[in-house]
Design a protein around this ligand. Structure first.
Ligand code: GDP
Ligand code: IMO
Ligand code: MG
Length: 431
C-alpha cells in the first residue's frame, strides 16, 4: 500500500492538523517527519479542541499508530506534557506512540541560544518560536547533538552532554555574557524523563516498512510549510528543517517509490508568523477583518499572524518543489462577505513581470504583486455540505485558484471541524 505526504504549501498554519486528522480515518500510521514543537496543529472534533505540537494528528483515532520519525527534534519535557495532556482523554498515548531513537533532542542550551541569537540580531531577527529548533538542528548538522536513544544509556548521554556543554558554556559565558549551565542538573532532568519515555522508543523506519509491506496505508504529516523550508523557503526567514515532500523521505527513512499522493495544504489566502518578505501582505482594514474572521493567532506562540491575498506565484512554486497530486484548500469560509477578492498572478519589479518565483531574493523582497480581481460572495458557507451548493462566485474562485496553481483542488474546507470539509473530486485516499 502506498503512502501519502501532507505538506504545507505556504508559510505554515495552513490547516495541516485538520487535513491530517480528517484523512487519517482511512490510514494506519501517521508519521511526523520534521520540525519540533515550533509546530502547532489544531484539530477540532465535536466540542473538543486539540492543540498538538509534537504528536501526530492521527492520535485521535484508536486504530492509528502515531510515529515521531528520525527527522524531528524533540524537547522531552514538552513531549511528556503533551502525552500527559492526552492521557485523560482516553487516547492511551503512552501505549500507542512510537518515537525514533535517531530523533534529536532539544536541550536547555538550545532554547537559551535561540533566545540570545534572536536578541543579538535585533531588528534583523527572524521571529522564531524560541523553542530551540534552530540551535538543535545546527548541533545535529555539526554532529554534536544528543539523540532520543541517548536518554536510555546514561553513560553515553553524560559523555555527549559533557562534550557539547564544554563548548556551549564557552559560548554562553564569553559571547553572550550568561551563566554557564550545569551538566549534573541537565543530566538529572533529562535522565529523569527516560523511564517514562522508554516504552515509546522504536525503530520507526523499520516499522514504516513493515507496515507498507503488510499493505497498510501511511500518512506523513509535515510541519511548517514549503516557504519555511531551509533549502526551498524564503531563506533566511525559514525554519531549520525540510517540510517539503522530499523532507518526508529523509525524515522518515523511506524511498520515493512508496509515495503515491502528495497533498498540498493551502489557505484560500496567505498568512505568515514572524518576520520576512510577504508580497501580498495587507496592512489595511481588509487585513484586519481577515485576521479577525480567520482567528489568525498562532497555535504555539499566540502571536498575531500577518495576512494577505492568495499568491499564485507562491502556490505554483510550492507545486513545483513538492509535486502535488492534490490540493486541500482551507478557510474558504473566511473570505465570505468581501465584495472583491484579489489573487496575485505575478510580481512586478523594475518594469518586468515575474510569473514564477524570482531568481534573486531582492526581487522577491521588493516585488509588487500583479492582482486579478474577482467578485466575492455573500452569505455564510460554513454549513454547506455539498460542494455544488456553494455560491457560484465561491466555486469560480476555487476554479481560478486551481487554474493558477496547476494542481487539482480535491478538498475544500469551510470551517475548522472535521465535518466542515467538502469533497470536490471524489478520489479516495486509499483505493
Ligand atoms: P497547521 O499548523 O497547518 O495545522 O494549522 P493551525 O492549526 O496552526 O492553524 C489553522 C487554524 O485554522 C486552526 O485554528 C484550525 O482550527 C483552523 N481551520 C482549519 N481549517 C479551517 C477552515 O476551513 N475554516 C476555518 N474558519 N478555520 C479552519
Ligand atoms: P506549523 O506546523 C507557522 C516560523 C516562525 C519563524 C520561523 C523560524 O504550525 O505550521 P523556528 O522556531 O522554527 O526556528 O522559527 O518559522 N514557524 C512557523 N510559522 N507555523 C509553524 O508551524 C511554524 N514553525 C515555525 O514563526 O518565522
Ligand atoms: Mg500551526
Amino acid at each position: 500500500m502506498p503512502a501519502t505526504i501532507i505538506v504545507g504549501a505556504q508559510w505554515g498554519d495552513e490547516g495541516k492538523g485538520k487535513a491530517t486528522d480528517l484523512l487519517a480515518d482511512s490510514t494506519d500510521l501517521v508519521v511526523r517527519y520534521q520540525g519540533g514543537n515550533n509546530a502547532g496543529h489544531t484539530v477540532i472534533v465535536g466540542d473538543d479542541v486539540f492543540k498538538l505540537h509534537l504528536i501526530p494528528s492521527g492520535i485521535l483515532y484508536p486504530h492509528v499508530t502515531p510515529v515521531i520519525a528520525d527527522g524531528v527534534v524533540i524537547d522531552p519535557k514538552v513531549l511528556l506534557e503533551e502525552l500527559d495532556g492526552l492521557e485523560p482523554k482516553g487516547l492511551e498515548p503512552f501505549d500507542r506512540i512510537k518515537v525514533s531513537g535517531n530523533a534529536h533532542l532539544i536541550m536547555p542550551y538550545h532554547r537559551e541560544l535561540d533566545m540570545l541569537i534572536e536578541r543579538r540580531l535585533g531588528k534583523a531577527k527572524l521571529g522564531t518560536t524560541k523553542r530551540g529548533i534552530g540551535p538543535a538542528y545546527a548541533d545535529k548538522a555539526s554532529r554534536v547533538g544528543l539523540r532520543f536513544q541517548d536518554l536510555f544509556d546514561e553513560k553515553i548521554f553524560r559523555q555527549k552532554l559533557d562534550a557539547a556543554l564544554d563548548h556551549k558554556n564557552e559560548l554562553l559565558s564569553k559571547v553572550y555574557n550568561r551563566l554557564p549551565m550545569d551538566a549534573d542538573e541537565i543530566a538529572e532532568e533529562y535522565l529523569g524523563y527516560a523511564q517514562r519515555l522508554a516504552p515509546l522508543h522504536a525503530e520507526t523506519s523499520g516499522l514504516i516498512h513493515e507496515s507498507l509491506e503488510a499493505g497498510r496505508h501511511i500518512i506523513m504529516e509535515g510541519a511548517q510549510g514549503t516557504l519555511l523550508d531551509l533549502d526551498h523557503g524564503t531563506y533566511p526567514f525559514v525554519t531549520s528543517s525540510n517540510p517539503v515532500a522530499g523532507g518526508a523521505l529523509t525524515g522518515a527513512g523511506l524511498g520515493p517509490r512508496h509515495i503515491d499522493r502528495v497533498i498540498g495544504i493551502t489557505k484560500a489566502y496567505v498568512t505568515r508568523v514572524g518576520t520576512g518578505p510577504f508580497p501580498t501582505e495587507l496592512f489595511d482594514e481588509v487585513g484586519d477583518r481577515m485576521t479577525d474572521v480567520g482567528g489568525e493567532y498562532g497555535t504555539t506562540t499566540g502571536r498575531r499572524r500577518r495576512v494577505g491575498w492568495f499568491d499564485a506565484v507562491l502556490a505554483r512554486y510550492a507545486n513545483r518543489v513538492n509535486g502535488f497530486t492534490d490540493i486541500f484548500l482551507t478557510k474558504l469560509d473566511v473570505l465570505s462577505e468581501f465584495d472583491t477578492l484579489k489573487v496575485a498572478t505575478g510580481y512586478r519589479y523594475e518594469g518586468e513581470v515575474y510569473e514564477h518565483f524570482p531568481p534573486h531574493q531582492s526581487i522577491f523582497h521588493h516585488a509588487e504583486p500583479v492582482y486579478e480581481e474577482v467578485p466575492g460572495w455573500t452569505g455564510d458557507i460554513t454549513e454547506v455540505d455539498d460542494y455544488d451548493d456553494l455560491p457560484r462566485e465561491a466555486r469560480d474562485y476555487v476554479d481560478l485558484l486551481e487554474d493558477l496553481c496547476n494542481a487539482p483542488i480535491t478538498w475544500v474546507s469551510v470551517g475548522p471541524k472535521r465535518s466542515q470539509t467538502l469533497v470536490r473530486r471524489d478520489v479516495p485516499l486509499v483505493p
